[in-house]
Ligand binder design. Sequence first.
Ligand code: 13P
Length: 252
Amino acid sequence: MRRKIVAGNWKMNLTFQQAKELALRLNTWVKTNKPVAEIIVAPTHLYLEQLNKDLANSHIIVASQNVSAMENGAYTGDVSAEQLLSIGTKMSIVGHSERRAYHHEQDKYIGKKITHLYEHGMSPILCVGEKLEDRDSGRHFDVVEEQITVALERQNVDDLKNLIVAYEPVWAIGTGKTASPDQAQEMHAFIRKTIGGQHGISVANSTSILYGGSVNAGNARDLFEQYDIDGALVGGASLKLDDFTTIISARK
Ligand code: 13P
């Protein structure tokens, strides 16, 4: 089933104290307001263990921002799926454009991360999205199709039930320049069709596709009105409780 989801990617922001406070205040808001959307927050790895404890039995899922493509071993600085799971983390963002840009992560490698997550009973939020030059040259569908098909090609169809994909055009991330609802809808429908072609209609229809890229309290509602937009992956605005809860409330 397609789930309505609003996720906050906190990136490399917030001190431990600030993250804990934001998580606890968000939890209080969720208990009072009982939103329709499922809520996910992704703090830095360092805070996962504490936030998993603080948000245990809440309606907020705590996800990691990344996971190693390797199993445990001599990979200095990496964190494996098994290690994340051992502190209660069950979900991880993979393939974020900042990992692709600054750490040269490529689709096959991202696919390995997804496989490791599934091997440990965990699940991915797969991020895809084109750069401005791709859109300007009309290659945006080709780029996103390749990102999706390569990352998912070795996955088991049964594992892909309830997949979460985030469409985050690189030109919209942190720029204040959101994709228009029509642009986002067009790409979300294309992503669903691509997944359907590769893995079948039932996987496509159970995939939740989130839009990310300068989502804020003012534009979320129009985006959520689009048929194939199931929710949002929010960066900057997820760091401010009022903005994030306004976005969550917009997901009816
Ligand atoms: P912004 O919402 O800050 O543009 O970031 C989007 C994002 O990259 C979420 O993963």
